[in-house]
Design a protein around this ligand. Structure first.
Ligand code: ZN
Length: 98
């Protein structure tokens, strides 16, 4: 019975193809963003609440905005993390062909 079978069959194929391409696109997107993150460096920006001194250091897993990150080298006040951001490298060597 091709007449009763065909529309459902086509619909099923369409759904499978759609899902497969959707998953492929999602996977590729995640892979490319992970590569981008590997190239950059996550920076924790600390600021002294006393004198306004700022210092940046490499992000640690325990770091979060508002965390005390140490003592101010200028006045001995408390350094608080005010920002965590990704530092992108402007001149990264791109000749690593596999
Ligand atoms: Zn200070």
């Amino acid at each position: 019975m091709p007449l009763g079978f065909d529309p459902i069959y086509i619909l099923l194929i369409a759904i499978v193809v759609f899902l497969a391409s959707y998953m492929a696109v999602t996977y590729l997107r995640e892979a490319s963003t992970q590569k981008k993150e590997d190239k950059g460096k996550v920076i924790s920006l600390s600021k002294c609440l006393n004198c306004g001194y700022t210092s940046s250091s490499t992000y640690n897993k325990e770091d979060y905005v508002g965390r005390r990150s140490g003592k101010c080298p200028k006045c001995g006040g408390e350094l608080i993390i005010t920002a965590i951001y990704l530092e992108t490298q402007t001149q990264a060597p791109r000749e690593t062909a596999s």
